[in-house]
Design a protein around this ligand. Structure first.
Ligand SMILES: C[S@@+](CC[C@H](N)C(=O)[O-])C[C@H]1O[C@@H](n2cnc3c(N)ncnc32)[C@H](O)[C@@H]1O
Length: 296
């Protein structure tokens, strides 16, 4: 199941591995085993498996709102340390223990709505400094002439920035707007806490396997922890971004032969058509191949 999922959804797989490498850098702040992980494991638990095996995190909570899935979730849960809680994030998040450092991944399949904004706020109100929050959202633009109306009904007309036209919501435009909305909400929420905490973005990734998706992730900063956060050297990862400029993962599906042959030319900064593959596909592969399993 997992193997099939990796093959089908290469971009998401790359995204998970990038996220885990960002998380590994938190060890400058605290032992990773002191962190707990809260996410939506669904019934495959791919992220949970990766986080547990790569980082050694043991305290894990998976929230699942779909009651038709819950029995499969319990059956497929790979480790005893995973606590599966039935309910929506909105109902479960306030019941969790927030006294320690956490990594929270709200891995939604839907677009941003007021419900997801409330979850983001719920988490941001509770996270300790040095904790991480990641949010994944669908960002498919939807039908022309309905985009602005759809966004207004999803997040509330008062939240849609002036000047957001149908054209500005096309292509990756909805992703840009959803990131702006969540980022503004995060900055507001941390400012309202009045305890010196703040939001430092680390990842702003757009990715596509079938649907257009996006992930925004960041760390909770505060003045005492700031030097330790600086010492993580997140900026050394080219996949990290601190601003609105996204990293886009759209990797082409290559054959094993193509990957082996291209591999001999990598790394490179010059991208040319190769064996019938356009230069753009070669460039997309060259940027992310090291996150994929080796071939051959
Ligand atoms: C995209 S899947 C998670 C995949 C997993 N994180 C991974 O890395 O492969 C999202 C899961 O979260 C559940 N879910 C979506 N929204 C939720 C919410 N608001 N509260 C709780 N569970 C939710 C869905 O039913 C689904 O099983």
């Amino acid at each position: 199941m997992g193997v099939l999922d990796y093959a089908d959804r290469q971009s998401k797989h790359i995204l998970r591995r990038i996220f885990v490498e960002v998380l590994r850098r938190l060890q400058t702040i605290d032992a990773l085993s002191n962190y707990s992980y809260i996410g939506f494991g669904a019934y495959q638990f791919i992220d949970f498996d990766l986080v547990h095996r790569s980082l050694g995190i043991e305290r894990m909570t998976s929230i699942e709102s779909d009651d038709a899935l819950i029995e499969r979730c319990r059956f497929n849960s790979p480790y005893r340390g995973i606590d599966i809680l039935e309910g929506t994030a909105a109902t479960v998040l306030p019941t969790l223990d927030w006294s320690g450092r956490c990594i929270v991944w709200l891995d939604y399949t839907q677009r941003l709505r007021t419900e997801e904004m409330a979850d983001v706020q719920n988490v941001a109100l509770r996270l300790q400094p040095g904790s991480v929050l990641a949010i994944t959202l669908n960002c498919h633009p939807g039908a022309d002439n309905k985009r602005r109306g759809d966004l207004e009904s999803a997040v509330g007309a008062e939240n849609v920035p002036i000047g957001i036209s149908e054209a500005k919501l096309g292509d990756w435009g909805l992703a840009k707007t959803q990131r702006e909305l969540t980022t503004a909400l995060l900055h507001r929420t941390f400012a309202d806490r009045g305890d010196g905490t703040g939001w430092q973005q680390l990842l702003n990734i757009y990715y596509r396997d079938g649907a257009r998706m996006q992930m925004t992730a960041g760390v909770v900063d505060d003045p005492q922890l700031h030097p330790a956060i600086q010492a993580c050297r997140f900026e050394d990862m080219t996949e990290v971004s601190f601003d609105a400029e996204p990293v886009v993962i759209e990797v082409p599906g290559l054959t094993v032969r193509e990957r082996q042959a291209l591999g001999k030319k990598l790394p490179t900064r010059s991208f040319k058509e190769f064996a019938g593959l356009p230069a753009s596909a070669v460039e997309a592969h060259a940027r992310f191949y090291r996150w994929l399993d080796a071939v051959g």
